[in-house]
Design a protein around this ligand. Sequence first.
Ligand code: SIN
Ligand code: CO
Length: 400
Amino acid sequence: MTQRLFGSLSTENFLEQHWQQKPLLVRQAVDTAGLDIDPAELAGLCCDTEAPSRIVIEQGETPWQMKVGPFEEKDFTSLPATHWSLLINDIENYLPELRAFIEPFRFLPDWRIDDLMISYATNQGSVGPHLDEYDVFLIQLQGQRQWSITEKPDFDDSLLTGTDLKILQNFQPDQQWDLLPGDMLYLPPGVPHHGVALGECMTLSVGFRAPSSAELVQSWLDDIADNEAFRGRFSDAKRQSQADSGEIAQQDLAGLKAILMQGIKESSDSLDAWLGKYLTEGKRPDPALLEAFDIQARDDIPALLTEADYQRFPGTRLAYITGENQISLFVGGLEFSLDHKHLKAVQYLCREQEYLAPALASLCSDPAMRELLNTLINNNKIVLMEHYPCDLDTGQSPYS
Ligand code: SIN
Ligand code: CO
């Protein structure tokens, strides 16, 4: 699928010169031949699942109107002929064939990759000029889209009022390109851009994640509040009487700070494990996907079946940390400690989406791996592949 992902640039040069720094346009970066996604199928997906979706209409009921999915058929029949887009996040969970578009970007760690977002636009459809907080690779899949950007650091960042969408009201582009199928535009965070469909088109965004410092600290604090180290309470038996009751005395400050410092010190020992769990925690599973994989209906605990093919439940994140004494494998927020001798098996599980019967049989010759796989299957992190949810080739959706 990759033709020349970064054109004449090597991956190393891309990382050195562009990643998080500078936009890059690559003509014919990926091969999109043979890909034929039916917009009606995307619309059906937004009606029959909880795939995160939105419709953005320019000059709808308001200058920029946004409707959030799930949708009903009538939401699509009442749309104008032009100037609207349908955007669906996490599309790789619903159209697994699109996962191939993530593969070339796995020179970056999986935990940095957020999702694939597909957008279908009618002629002149766009989401308005804006900027994103994350890196994005915009791949033109079908039709043409005109992208305009500005690299001026002193751009006017004032936003349009009267809409929930963050649209730049005085966007002044200094570069513009028409992207054809296979062309790709990389944008680092914070670069103002505007993509307008020239006729009907489809664009795929490979989106990245980078937790904000505030998010990271808040989530960690939420977690350590439950820690044993914070079970105690400030105490001050045998304190001296205080001359002025308004003062927070140095001795009290020291006692209060000691609680914080001690708690933080003790929780710091498990920081790697917390990060591994935090970075692999998944979103709430879509009930439509649970149903498609026959998970909700089942009340027995699934066990590993020999000679069956498995796959990750869509959206399940895996990652590992190599420690001094062991490997910690993280699967959807769960932690498993394994011996270093299991490194290859752990790497295989983290690398693949599909785990075929022969590979599983060979892994299961090791009792620790067999137990791990059983636990993952019991927890529906790995599921039987026979319930494959969607068949893009025939254009059929099992949801409709
Ligand atoms: C789109 O695909 O229409 C918008 C993507 C973006 O601007 O980030
Ligand atoms: Co954007």
